[in-house]
Design a protein around this ligand. Sequence first.
Ligand code: FAD
Length: 371
Amino acid sequence: MAGVSLGSELALDHDVVLLEAESSLGVHSTGRSAALFLSGYGPPPVRELTRRSEAAFARLSDLPGVPALLRPRGGLFTAWDEPAAAALAATVSRRPTMTVPTADRVRELCPVLRVDDVVACAFDEDVRDIDVAALHGHYATALRRRGGRITTGARVVGATRSGSGWEVRTADGRTWRADAVVNAAGAWGDRVAELCAGIGHGLSPRRRTVVVARTSAPVPADWPVVAEAGEAWYFRPEGGALLMSPGDETEVPPGDVHPDPLDVALVLERVNAATTLDLRGVRTSWAGLRTFTPDRAPVVGPHPEEPTLFCFVGQGGYGIQTAPALAEVGAELFRTGTLADTALAAAIDPDRTRVLVAEELARPASPRSPA
Ligand SMILES: Cc1cc2nc3c(=O)[nH]c(=O)nc-3n(C[C@H](O)[C@H](O)[C@H](O)COP(=O)(O)OP(=O)(O)OC[C@H]3O[C@@H](n4cnc5c(N)ncnc54)[C@H](O)[C@@H]3O)c2cc1C
């Protein structure tokens, strides 16, 4: 998503070539997301980018041939003990789109939830489904229509400065010359940053598992997303079945990740404990990487060591819902080096990651158990 979205913006006034390692686009995180838009999710810079994206999603949805990119879903957040209920109450007091539903309303929204065991609930009407394929398709088409090129099967394996620009080598033996390089390599963002500039951004790829479970009766399409408020699990309807996740965040090296059977079993157990669904079978499951910086805000702007290397990484668990605003902000920073919103520019500035990485390294290692 990062490459095509920023690439399509830059193709308006630059010659853009997008190099994709795989034989097709969208194979990694973008093709594995839960496709949700949650306006209250993430740290403040992410919420600001999500807020800005809402208007951009609406503008894009008005274009000819583009379907509605956001569709209403709603989110029912549940707390199962007193500390979680207190945390949820604090969230409700900060979020105008959240209300506290009656028990009867909760039963209407999700009849299978064990409502009598829930300590507190909140309903957020501002949770939407994103049409990820349509958004991605729009950006890829726009990139090509504006004269840009997409080359698949082109894994970047080397990059050196050449005059005022770059010579980039791909695994297929080709060499590409460019005035500037954009690093939009997702979980591989630090690998590409290290290739080009010798230093990354402290990115941490984290595996997240998605399981689509069989149910004894078709799941109504109008159920909201139902989530444990601390993200220990969530589920939503998916083509008559139930899509769910244990909210895992296991740190792993970048790669083509697969679900750990323990995480699959865990989410079945947690959702069965919270509902009367009695789930037994799995229709399909997958895992993907959500790649975070230490402060969970993205990294957008010139690399501190190489100003013609533009960083566009660290989208974490929010890279679809923030994509329209991030592409606009990224293009503005690429063209002018500044943003009118200086607070946002500082929050996503690549230079800050040097300090964050140094702080991480300075932190004493946590004590290990004797085993
Ligand atoms: C299970 C799951 C659920 C999620 N749910 C949501 C959600 O509900 N809402 C939301 O907003 N976000 C969600 N996310 C996060 C979102 O999917 C990501 O933030 C987003 O897809 C990141 O896009 P990207 O383009 O940076 O990464 P990717 O889609 O991974 O693209 C990076 C590309 O770079 C290529 N590449 C890597 N190295 C090289 C190289 N050396 N040369 C050439 N190409 C290279 C890779 O092949 C890959 O295609 C979820 C993620 C997961 C895994």
